[in-house]
Design a protein around this ligand. Structure first.
Ligand code: SF4
Length: 321
């Protein structure tokens, strides 16, 4: 049986808009009552359009965004209730790989110093132990130890992302949040980094939350996929369940936009209109303004979660008995 590393229950995250197209000081309902388990050793991907709340959910797990309500339990302790010292311990176990390896490394620091930093701050290891650790991690990501005295600008984009991954591994975390880990890289390099993440997960039983808009990356890497729409999870299932047997109209529309990976095995749907503003979400099923199957009750009531299998769940009246 799969063991949960992270349990999220009834999580709400809201914040005020600063300015821009939404206007100033509007409440953004970014995460609306999400409950989700992330199992030890899996890659769970969150898919959805920009503005669906996936990055806010990720920030809440990292404690970079404050939850309004709900619980996030990591190994059974609620991270929303940790004191300062406990937060420091938590942050050692949870690391992040950023989208842009160009911006995520300090251009003025040699690679060895970048990799040393988390060990110096968080451990009592000796210099010899630190060097050994760094050499192990840099080999793990497929780079030679001779590169350690170079600066970030002396590397290609793919090599920089390998270094960023090595840095994320320095404290031997249990959970890694990968936010668009290959989208800033050349297509020719993307496959190498995707393969590296898959190898690391398999060799070290690491747990990943993968945030990306790239469905081909999700199909290759993810064990399970949660589909998010306006702050809610509308469907969740295994890789096969989502890619071969999607049920929610929104999931079908998302997959229809990537015909090269779904081929002809799903009903094709085209999305009408834009994503409604997260500051003024529709009542009832939030997808009703764009759904070709919307019924009267979809405008008025929220659909309950329907269990299609132990792992496959969908929130849509078409599947409510
Ligand atoms: Fe469409 Fe209704 Fe299902 Fe929502 S509940 S996805 S509006 S059919």
């Amino acid at each position: 049986m799969q063991k949960e590393l992270i349990k999220i229950r009834d999580l709400y995250v809201e914040y005020k808009s600063s300015n821009g197209i939404l206007g100033k000081n509007k409440t953004i309902y970014a995460v609306n009552g999400i409950s989700l388990d992330i199992y030890k050793g899996e890659i769970l991907a969150i898919a959805g359009e920009s503005g669906c709340g996936k990055s806010t959910l990720a920030k809440a797990i990292l404690k970079l965004e404050t939850a309004k309500n709900g619980d996030i339990c990591f190994e059974n302790s609620n991270i929303l209730k940790l004191d300062k010292k406990q937060v420091k311990e938590y942050r050692k176990k949870v690391q992040m790989i950023f989208q842009n390896p160009y911006a995520s490394l300090n251009p003025k620091m040699k690679i060895i110093d970048t990799l040393k930093e988390p060990l110096k701050i968080n451990t009592n290891l000796s210099e010899i132990e630190i060097t050994k650790n760094i050499e192990e991690k840099i080999a793990l990501v497929g780079l030679d130890k001779n590169c350690l005295n170079l600066y970030p600008h002396e590397f290609s984009g793919g090599q920089r992302q390998r270094i960023a991954i090595a840095r994320a591994l320095m404290l031997e975390p249990e959970f890694i949040l990968a936010d668009e880990p290959v989208s800033a890289l050349d297509v020719s390099i993307q496959a190498q980094i995707i393969n590296l993440l898959k190898d690391l997960k398999e060799k070290y039983n690491l747990t990943f939350l993968l945030i990306t808009h790239d469905l081909s990356v999700i199909k290759f890497l993810a064990d399970r996929i949660a589909i998010m729409y306006l702050g809610e999870i509308v469907e969740i299932g295994t890789n096969t369940e989502i890619f071969s047997n999607p049920k929610h109209p929104y999931t079908k529309a998302l997959l229809s936009s990537a015909p090269q990976i779904t081929k002809n095995n799903i009903d094709k749907l085209t999305l009408n209109g834009d994503l409604p503003s997260p500051s003024n979400p529709p009542l009832g099923c939030k997808f009703h303004t764009r759904c070709p199957f919307a019924m009267q009750k979809c405008h008025e009531q929220k659909p309950q979660e329907a269990n299609l299998s132990d792992s496959h769940k969908v929130n849509c009246f078409l599947y409510n008995k």
